[in-house]
Design a protein around this ligand. Sequence first.
Ligand code: COA
Length: 394
Amino acid sequence: MAAVLAMGISVPRHVLPLHELARARNVDPAKYRLGLGCKEMAVVAPGEDTVTLAAEATLSLLQNAPEYEPSKIGLLVVGTESGVDRAKPVAIWVHNLLGLSASCEVFDVKHACFGGTAALRMASLWADANPGRLALVVASDIARYPLNSPGEPTQGAGAVALLLGSCGRGEEVFTLSKRVGMYAAQVDDFWQPAYLKEAVVRGHYSISCYIESLKRSLEDYGEEPGNDPDFLVFHCPFPKMVKKAHAAMLEFLGKSYDVSEDFRRRVEPTLWVNERVGNAYTASVFLSLCGLIEALGGSLIGRTVGVFSYGSGSCAEYAVYTFGNGVKTSLDIKRRLDSREVINATQYERMRAECEALEQNGSYKGNVTNLGRFTFMGIQEHRRVYCGNNLRPE
Ligand code: COA
């Protein structure tokens, strides 16, 4: 049976503490910290985009797990809603930047924040059908709302890469349940018209669509045979949304638990990364999962997590994953978060404008400071220029 064998994450190198944004927007900081549950917002700088975040997460994965041979990767799927071209997938740049085998199916999957989860389930089926080969899934996104809008403090960015293959050695990070609860419905709660730079969102309506999808997915999943999952991960556009979702879940399932105590025990250990990164759309649910793994490590072996994924528009899934021995490997998340450069609101607005300028044809001047192992240098004759290509794990 196929399983996730290894994971890697990446986050932008700059971070804006939300009390700084609150000051700039003349908002009570308690609204962001307590009302939304957010502490910090990851900010992309010129040179970082959805592709470089995805490539960096993949390279981290391959370096974390040198026992898996990259040449065996026969499927690469990126789940994203912040793709950089309407035809060309993010995945093909990642494929090139990592120097993966040409014998590989490479494409993106899109359904708002649900894309990464859809890619994961598809890759799991592919891995079952192709024993001995590996599938790579990357969820990568930059969440962006208009300046000064209600969504602005929930912005963020990040990527999570997951390697799948047949398992049997007990080294898997987790296996996916075959049983899934699904729900799809056409709603206009959040979308990104091709002619706009930022998302259009009906924020309060999107919260009710999320909760409705959660209930319908649980209904479709049906009664859990045996015990409740040991932990719960929910798609996290902002941590307070998860609190609302957990309470709604207990009520819907008719559980008479103490809501706060159950939240503290089964949900809280999943949220610390999201609090410090912000929304990363497709990657958010996996950042929560990584946070849980980093927080509890080897004590998770043999335990289960119920995972709810929601994408506006809309499609949702509830499934249960079971952890294996692979949870013992550290993803080095805390060090990555602590080593980011702290910026203020003025610097954030300047970086945002510089990123926009780099997205224009002719922006390539060859002078973008190389921020990381992969860098987006700008656009030349309508072609995106990246550097850091063909890196292989050391
Ligand atoms: N101190 C503490 N809490 C405060 C506060 C203060 N000074 N001021 C407001 N709050 C609380 C509110 O009571 C509210 O809490 P509640 O939801 O438990 O009632 C919370 O902060 C948010 O306040 P609200 O006025 O509803 O915020 P908003 O209308 O400015 O924006 C969203 C909130 C979520 C609608 C907005 O951030 C958004 O559009 N986000 C993007 C869409 C999204 O992520 N959708 C999720 C589903 S996919």
